[in-house]
Structures are given as C-alpha cells and as structure tokens.
Write a protein that binds this ligand. Sequence first.
Ligand code: BGO
Length: 268
Amino acid sequence: MGITIALAGNPNSGKTTLFNVLTGSNQYVGNWPGVTVEKKEGKLKGEKEVTITDLPGIYSLSPYTLEEVVARNYLLNEKPDAILNIVDGTNLERNLYLTTQLIELGIPVVVAVNMMDVVEKSGDKINTGVLSKKLGCPVVEISAMKQKGIEEITKKAIEAAKGKTSVRVHEFSAVVESALTEIEGMIEDKGGRNDKDQRFVAVKLFERDDKIKEQIAMRIDVESIISKCEEVLDDDGESIITNERYNYISSIIEGSLVKASKVKLTTS
Ligand code: BGO
C-alpha cells in the first residue's frame, strides 16, 4: 500500500513552493469534495508510492473558515500516514499555533522550518534541537526556495509515515487536563473513537466546537465539565484553550529562538 503525506501550513509559509519541489511535474489538481477549494496532489519525486496532498493554507484547525473545515475534515476522515507541517521560520510564534493543534490529532507530525535563508540573513538563531524536544516531534530547517534541507525533510516525513517516529502531545494546566480526561472518559463510555484523535476531539468539545459534535455523532453532554472549569479559571472554554496554547508556545519560543537584537545586546 502507498504512503500518504499531508502538507499543512499557514498561508504564505512557502507551502506551494515546497509542494512543487517535492512533486515536480507529478501533480494533479482537483477540488475538495463539495466545495470549490482547489485540491492538489502529487507523487513524491523518485518515490512513486508516496502521495503528497497539499492542504489549504490555514492558521488553525477551528471550523471558522472553509479552508479550515476542508483541512480538518481531510485529516480527521482520511487519516494520512503523516503530516508535513511547514512553518515560516521568520514568523515562528504565529505558525506554531497550528503545529500544536496538528500534533493533537494523533497523526505523526514532522515540522519543516522554512525560509531559513531569510532567518540566517537576519542573524536570528533557531535551535531546532530544543524546538524538536519542546514540541515533541522531529524538526528540520529548510529553504524551499533554495531547495535546501529537502532530502532530510523527505526522509523524516517518510520515516514518520512508516510509524518510526514518536510524537508527544503537550499538556494543558492541571484543571484543563482533568476536564479533558473526563471528556475522553465520556467518549470511551460511548464506545470510544477507533482513531488516535480522541484528544483532539476532547479539546474541540471543550471549546464548544459544534462541528466536531456533528462529526463524532455521539450524544455526549460535556457542558457541566466545561462550566466547572470556566468557573475555576474565570474565562470561557475556547479562550482558556487559546490562552494556554499561546503560553505553551511562548515557552517553546523562549528556549529555541534567539533574535539578532538579543544577540547584539548581550555581546556589546
Ligand atoms: C513570492 N525562502 C525565501 N526567501 N522565500 C521563500 C521560501 C524560502 O525558503 N519559500 C517560499 N518563499 P508560497 P504558500 C514572491 O511569490 O509557496 C517565497 O502561500 C513574489 N512573487 O517564493 O506561495 C515564495 O503556498 C515576489 O514569494 O506560499 C513566495 O504557503 C516577491 O514565499 C512566498 C517576493 O510562498 C510565499 C516573493 C511574485
């Protein structure tokens, strides 16, 4: 059986450039089912059994834009073997917001930090070792435009697709974690999900994401769990998750990105 790898990233992260480098002229263009959003697929150059699916450019896996819905329906329903997440290295903090959500899907993720030619010119330093450790998945520096790091990211993505890579999911605060555990328990009681996306589903239920409720087709009422948590943290469910996600990303950035301005300050 062939391998499927989904290419996911923010708009302008260099996704199209990377897709073209990876697939060359082995591309076919269609539409995502039921919508007029363009769907591009292609065979990895020199690896006919590997299909790359280019997902629409998105900032999040919320259900607020057509692109987000298309991308997450594909990831939840089709289950590619791996996700190749391209992030813009010049805009790491914003791009990692999507990364943290992709990791929750339970599909192996590898991160390609793109635009490294620009990052290097600016003098900023990204410590990919620390980034990888903190994110809990492989991270490779690339420049899609200059075709650098392509071999390594391809190798890592195929390894991940073959199940040779472990991905660790980050933890929210204790209060939220206990609510998520309770929600996952309720999903289990209804027969559970056959897929590893149970945590993603629990987080979305906590955010009161109605589209996910339709998707899982289970009658579960998590309202009392969410409101208990909202009372403790004095915020609404969706904001609680967003804020904790941003705090987590800040802690990742703190250890893995050194801005050129900081370097100058400490050496002068
Ligand atoms: C233009 N390095 C650099 N420096 N630029 C890159 C890299 C890289 O590694 N990768 C991509 N780009 P898309 P999405 C452009 O088109 O692939 C550039 O939305 C221009 N165009 O060339 O389209 C890439 O699919 C005129 O830039 O991203 C593109 O994710 C002037 O990043 C842009 C300057 O890449 C977005 C840039 C007519």
